[in-house]
Design a protein around this ligand. Structure first.
Ligand code: TRP
Length: 343
């Protein structure tokens, strides 16, 4: 199926479930900013609050976390004039197309999703129906914009394949070439940030140890202290990437340095090869503080008066709906809904 009639459009989403880490920044936000700034795509970024409530969310915390995530996007460099920045519930076409896709997707497809199996566990009977339908709403998020490219982490690959399956089945069932077959843009290993306490585990906001992660709201002292205390091995840094094999903690710190300095791992090692962690860690801490402190300061400023955030989201929703309303209308026409008469 030809992709050419679809304009290059990026869509991605993050759940406002609280606590942004360096992992979210390097793995998602910074990549989103880079895609925005290439100018090669129209970029649409979303706080997926409707996905968040597939598991219990305290209402006041959800509202706070949604605004804080918006502040994180903006402070990281998402320009609400260049990109469309929205929260999902303010653009009703996501949920409306989601329902249509619930009728396209098959129970069997959903049941095979590893995220469903992991999250529902043995107690699927007690999981919400929304958690089961989660990937179908995600497909709607993407396809309601006819988005062509979706930057996500490795863990979302299966959901994007399902998005392609839904588009293909819809196009086939109705004999149309209406939804694009979206390309995943999967993050590379270099931006996958691991725990500072265990180089084999992903850095996560839900790790019980706060020392395992750098939060985007941490101040300069906290960032520097966590990097100084990060787990390492006793060897000096190698001078080539090969030497990081079987040294997950060392590799993680070098990856973080490379991602923040916009350098390759080999470039970092060309500079720092032979250095002990006693010298490399302070260099990394300086870089991290220089990078993150302005972001956390700007987040705090935005959170101080949330009216500005709310205005930005309202404006984003308006711009989004200029795209989504016509696509939903055409979808309804294709599937045989009677259109409202012009009043
Ligand atoms: N499921 C994604 C995650 O947990 C979040 C998400 C929802 C998303 N809708 C999306 C990501 C659409 C990309 C595109 O990371």
């Amino acid at each position: 199926m030809s992709q050419t009639r679809f304009a290059p459009r990026v869509f991605s989403g993050i759940q406002p479930s609280g606590g942004l880490t360096l992992g979210n920044y390097l793995g998602a936000l910074k990549r989103f900013v880079d895609m925005q700034d290439t100018g090669d795509f129209e970029t649409i970024y979303c706080m997926v609050d409707l996905h968040a409530i597939t598991v219990w969310q305290d209402p006041e915390k959800l509202r706070h976390n949604t605004r804080e995530l918006a502040a994180g996007f903006i402070a990281s460099g998402i320009d609400p004039e260049k990109s469309v920045l929205i929260n999902q519930s303010q653009v009703p076409e996501h949920a409306q197309l989601g329902w249509v896709f619930n009728c396209v997707a098959r129970m069997g497809w959903m049941g095979r999703m590893t995220q469903w199996k992991d999250k529902a566990g043995k107690n699927a009977e007690k999981a919400s129906l929304g958690l089961f339908a989660y990937p179908s709403l995600m497909a709607a998020d993407i396809l309601v914009y006819h988005a062509t490219h979706v930057p996500v982490g490795e863990d979302q690959k299966q959901h994007l394949e399902l998005t392609r399956d839904i588009a293909t089945k819809f196009n086939h069932d109705y004999g149309v070439d209406f939804f694009p077959i979206t390309e995943p843009v999967i993050e590379g290993a270099a931006t996958r940030v691991m725990s500072l306490r265990d180089g084999s585990k992903k850095m996560s906001k839900s790790d019980p140890s706060d020392a395992s992660r750098i939060n985007m709201t941490d101040d300069a002292d906290t960032i520097a202290k966590k990097i100084r205390k990060a787990k390492t091995d006793p060897e000096a840094l190698p001078s080539e990437a090969d030497g990081l094999k079987d040294r997950p903690e060392a590799r993680n710190l070098v990856n973080i340095y490379a991602a923040m300095a916009n350098m390759s791992v080999d470039q970092v090692l060309a500079e720092h090869g032979g250095a002990q962690f006693g010298t490399f860690k302070p260099a990394l801490a300086d870089l991290a503080v220089a990078h993150l402190a302005p972001i956390s300061t700007e987040m705090a400023r935005l959170m101080d008066d949330t009216a500005e955030i709310d205005r930005i989201l309202a404006r984003g929703a308006e711009r989004a709906r200029a795209i989504t309303a016509p696509i939903l209308k055409q979808t309804y026409e294709i599937i045989g809904m009677v259109a409202p008469v012009e009043a």
